[in-house]
Design a protein around this ligand. Sequence first.
Ligand code: ADP
Ligand code: ZN
Ligand code: ZN
Length: 740
Amino acid sequence: MIPGKSRLVEVAILSGLPKQLSYHLPPALSHDDVVGKRAIVPLGRQQQLGVIVGVGGSYGGSTKAVVEFPDAEPIISAKLLKLAEFVSSYYFASLGEVLRAFLPSALSGRIRQQFWITDRGKLAALVSDGDPTATALAAILGRKRKLSAKALEDADLKAETLLALRLGEFRWDTKAATEEPSDKSTHQGEEITDNTPPRQILLSEAQRKAADAITAAIDRGGFETFLLHGVTGSGKTEVYLEAAKRAIAAGGQALIIVPEIGLSQALHARLSSSFGSALGLHHSRLSSGERLNVWQKSRNGEIKVVLGARSAVFSELPDLRVIVVDEEHDQSLKQGSPAPRYHARDVAIMRAKLENIPIVLGSATPSIESYYNASQSKYTLLTLPERIDSRPMPTATIVDRRAQFQRNDFSHLGPDLLEAINQSLGRDEQVMVLLNRRGFAPSVRCYDCGEKLSCRNCDITLVYHKAANKVVCHTCGHQERYPDRCPKCNSNLFTYGGIGTERLEEELRSHFPDAGLVRMDLDSTRRKGSFEAIFRRFSSGEAKILLGTQMISKGFDFPQVSLVAVVSADTALEIPDFRARERTFQLLTQVGGRAGRGVIAGHVLIQTLNPTEPVITFAARHDFLDFYRDEISEREALNFPPFCHIILLALEATSLRLGAERADLLSERLNAVKRAGYRVLGPVTAPIARRKQVYRYHIMLKTQRVKQTLGVLQHLLQAKEFQHNRSFRVIVDVDAVDML
Ligand code: ADP
Ligand code: ZN
Ligand code: ZN
């Protein structure tokens, strides 16, 4: 190749190399429209799949050549490439791993070159006439036309010979990655009982006002962030629907992001009855072929509305006019692992800005960050202060469990709670019972020596699952058969600590044997179709009690539910996280909001050991504003988000000493930077100090300027002590949500 004659391209390797690499385009390949195209490039002794993210300069003699373009067209648009660059730099992830998250796995997985026998080759084999090549071909053909290198070798055939005779050719094949980051829930997007005709609904005045503000912004075009704060049951779904309809009427597309599709049944049903086949679902339960299909159809405009979990924010939608993020406060919108560790709400806002379109964030319990932005007029606040038809908000009772304990009554279902359930069932109404712990018992302890059964890989107790007769680690998934004897003292007497949904189910059944009870948690919904079956049994009224984890707190709209009972408001409060109060408020308000959504009045009963905790009383009064004022002043006083950004550095090492040493060293170097513009907290051992056989340390950085801080980090992490290897790595989590 002649230097200076061939263009250079920058390629982001999808397997996630830290940096883009330069290659040149050989004359045999088209030089037009190359940015955004997939490219097969040599890397070491392998060939890898990448995306061309830039062009520039000309061949100087030192680069390798792009091998091939698997597709004729670019598969990443210029707009999405920009978004990918933002995600890459803000979330400290390589452009390659970000682009991999953008693409369906059928396009981003590992590539393989397969040798195919051409039609000509097949014909030659049929009329072999004693020719040795053709005879050898005939011997291995007939089974399949795709041949591995080994099959060729075994048949004493050379690929080059077949290529030269045009009897065979290489073709590229992308193998879908086996491991795709899951969008959390395992029952996403299961098909619901869906043949309701589109309903004509007359919007309430508050809905009309909110919808008008949004549709006007869609008509105008231009970036604007709306925060739709609507109490539970205020009809936010209809407002989203109006927004999507307007986008389509204008010839465009809409994107609706929800934390978990399976739990957004009402929204899903409304959208599919309104949009039919123009609605595309995007979630982790799709097969790679289904996902590719949705990707292609939203790209060519056949799909007008994409409804999806967090990774839907990366969907290719060429004529996007509006984005909606429902339940914008929900923590599952943040991806924890693997990189990119992005927050889908924040990426959605960035995307709306790039696309110059409006975005709607909706919630009954907005995140402190979003409400703060609204209070600073960065966002436009829209409110739905009342339930539809002015239905009252549920009333609430806080039950002081300490008083119950003082009477030596340690039952998990206190007398007030049982009585409330009794009354609702007596009126033939339905009841939801929340307990945010799955399994039978959160811990198992030896009666004689006090030893707790704990995970061999993690610093955490094993949870007893009675039906499966196992003890399970909820952190790493390790499980063992329930032991006959204590591993320490050989005693065969155990006691259970605490209660999980499985045990609660037994207790509730014994109190209410005829109520028909269904349990909804990760375990009971694992099997395909089981979520749907539980949902149907409760929505049809066959089951009167729905018991479950936080899974039941979101989005459900069952009009016959008059009582929501919270077994313990304290579990979420105890988590060592500055957002524990916010989470508790959200959980109580959201689950309470499932009561009284129809014509019957709703009531919430909350058992707690902290009856005077303000968060609980705010939630009982549905008083978001008072909660917000209380919380924002605390955040300001202690300098937590939204007054700063938190970058959590998690150092993971295979030995305690190595982890501690590196954590000390990193914090020392971070502290030594002059005028760095961040504050360093720690290192501390992480709340889960050992996970999956790895020791974990945390360093927390508080900063106003994420970009600048990441620049410093990038520099410091280049030191040899912080290079990743089999015994050590540093995870950088920007705007971290999981603090464990
Ligand atoms: P949210 O998401 O705000 O909790 P939903 O959108 O689920 O509330 O609406 C609550 C209930 O009110 C649903 O059953 C919905 O069908 C109904 N609804 C919403 N808007 C109207 C309206 N304008 N007229 C009558 N019913 C409505
Ligand atoms: Zn023991
Ligand atoms: Zn474990």
